[in-house]
Ligand binder design. Sequence first.
Ligand code: ADP
Ligand code: MG
Length: 322
Amino acid sequence: MLSEFDLIKQYFRRPRPGRAVLGIGDDCALLAPTPGMQMAISTDMLVEGRHFFAGAEPRMLGHKCLAVNLSDLAAMGARPLGFTLALSLPAADPAWLEGFSSGLFALADLHDCELIGGDTTRGPLNICITVFGEVAPGQALRRDAARAGDDIWISGTLGDARLALAGYLSEVALDPATHAQAATRMHMPTPRVALGQALARLAAPPAALDISDGLAGDLGHILAASRVGATLDADALPAGPMLARQPQALRRRFTAAGGDDYELCFAARRADREAVLAAAEASGTAVTRVGTIDAQPGLRFVDGAGAPLDLQVGGWDHFSGS
Ligand code: ADP
Ligand code: MG
């Protein structure tokens, strides 16, 4: 049986020098942020049986735990610097640790985000990551920055992760290939880190957040913080490639109120349309314009022809302006 210290040394401490002044091994790590920059800090915890199924494949789990945290940095427009990892493990299983750490570090290396410390304890499987990033003063993508008349944009596509969940829960019958492809979106989300940083450089940094609980509910946070409303074109919402083949009612429901998408939703000035498209191009991330910020509170859906739709999606009552 591995000791706690052997486990850290073998799976989480890496020999190569990193960006941190001092990494794993002392009482604290030491980070030296670029002078003049603001730190962006966020924590996300993933609990077995609540955020992921028991027995989840460890490499994909390692990816997802860091991905959801990097997604928060992306949604703030911050550049990743490092992260800590607090792990509660039922047992020191070498195969699990090997898979988990390789999935984690593959994504960490892709974003030059260094593991600088953590904590390891025995207990029910629970993974808590804190990410540290930096952003220039005035450039953070804050939820309270939306203004009436802004365009609402979505990165990538929505709903395939929710479709995969529907497959697991037998809400929808999916052929195995479709389910497997949709499940990749659920287990291996792509944090839109480069897009977030490119948007932060716009003259008026957009209001933004990452969509983890479904577009309707999450957009509601921007509307509340900015004291505005919105109209979304349900037919403009970009469905994931697997969801795109499903019937319209399901497509509308899962794009408007899915979950686990980790795409960015942002509200940018109309005058910045070209600049947004250039930021998307430069970061290699597709973006779609899906609606408008209104002065009138509440969230409204319309179809492609502009006719009102009652989608009955989660969060609807909450945003009805009361
Ligand atoms: P302390 O008792 O001071 O909290 P620990 O014995 O928990 O220290 O950890 C020793 C070192 O290993 C610390 O630098 C800590 O940040 C690091 N560490 C512990 N667990 C992990 C982990 N899961 N991933 C990365 N670093 C870790
Ligand atoms: Mg400790």
